[in-house]
Design a binder for this molecule. Structure first.
Ligand SMILES: *[C@@H]1O[C@H](CO)[C@@H](O)[C@H](O)[C@H]1NC(C)=O
Length: 329
């Protein structure tokens, strides 16, 4: 996935992870993060699996507004292999609106799976993971980590067509194959990494998905997915190393598994389309509709009967009136 982290603050937050070595698998893997980073064991962690039948529709959630994302300036952007992910630094002229506070851009990064894998996203929707995830992080200009960041993400799906926005990142990966390598990429329209339609999203309170896992992140998970091509996914899964030198270890599977939702509420800015009902409910609905149709038919029949009777009555009275007129004449 792609994270757009916004602002120096987030850079600072992500940089100050306490210096403990951590990985996704093995003795320093995600199960062990809480030992060195207690907040990783908290009860409001990210990512999560979003069960769409238990989200709460909130009609007052405004759409996220990415400001300046389509004009990232003239300065080249830093692209960094930090051993955990590939991270694009964003200029602080970029910020996110439509959130409870204004968040300034800091960086954007990606999560993906192993070579050939169809799983790599962190967030899941109805237990379904996608090949990768793209996120945008916004941070507040505040002094403490508890007011840190907001991330938005778009989980890509694989298709035929290449995604031109991802090309700006993926075509430079070979320049930063080893950990701690940095390259410059020409500024590009970062807005294109976000879905076209920003109105449909899920919103919840969570955490950074990497140590130190601070529980200060307001998440926006877009419903719409971006598309990347098979070649692009191959490149993402197969180019980078998580180590500086030999022995080289591939930088893959850099995603955290979904964390317990606990008491949190997930809000949705939209009403779910798609299969709203289970089979049983559909059957019930079908029977209900049939019964409804039958009642309607009967009602129409009786009304028609009534109208006919009334017409007959009217005709009688008309006949009577004219008869009387005739008599009077
Ligand atoms: C997140 O937490 C804050 C503080 O508790 C609360 O005011 C806000 O409504 C929560 N937002 C969501 C989306 O749950």
């Amino acid at each position: 996935m792609l994270f757009f982290a916004l602002l120096l603050k987030v850079t600072w937050i992500l940089a100050t992870d306490g210096g403990h070595h951590w990985t996704y698998e093995g003795p320093h893997g995600q199960d062990h993060w809480p030992t060195s980073y207690p907040e990783c064991g908290g009860d409001a962690q990210s990512p999560i699996n979003i069960q769409t039948d238990s989200v709460i529709f909130d009609p007052d959630l405004p759409a996220v507004q990415p400001h300046g994302y389509d004009q990232p300036g003239t300065e080249p952007l830093d692209l960094h292999n930090n051993g955990h992910t590939v991270q694009l630094s964003l200029p602080s002229t970029l910020h996110l609106g439509g959130l409870p506070r204004k968040y300034t851009a800091a960086q954007l990064h990606l999560h993906w799976g192993q070579k050939g894998s169809q799983e790599g996203s962190e967030h899941q929707i109805n237990s379904e993971a996608t090949v990768a995830e793209a996120c945008s992080v916004g941070a507040l200009l505040l002094q403490t980590h508890d007011s840190a960041a907001s991330l938005a993400y778009t989980p890509p799906q694989v298709g035929e067509a290449e995604n031109p926005a991802y090309r700006h990142i993926l075509s430079h990966l070979h320049e930063i194959r080893h950990k701690d390598q940095i390259t410059s990429v020409p500024p590009f329209n970062v807005r294109e990494l976000l879905p076209q339609q920003l109105e449909q999203f899920f919103r919840y309170n969570g955490s950074l998905t990497t140590p130190p896992c601070y529980q200060s992140v307001l998440w926006t998970v877009f419903h719409r997915r971006a598309q990347i091509s098979v070649e692009q996914l191959d490149k993402l899964q197969g180019t980078l190393f998580s180590t500086e030198e030999e022995p080289l270890a591939p930088l893959i599977q850099n995603y955290r598994i979904p964390q317990p939702l606990n008491q949190r509420t997930i809000f949705a800015s939209f009403v779910q389309a798609g299969p709203l009902y289970t089979t049983g409910e559909m059957l019930g609905l079908g029977v209900g509709i049939l019964a409804g149709c039958l009642c309607l038919l009967l009602a129409v029949y009786f009304i028609a009967q009534k109208i006919r009777k009334k017409r007959l009555g009217n005709r009688k009275s008309v006949a009577f009136t004219s008869a009387r007129a005739t008599t009077e004449a």
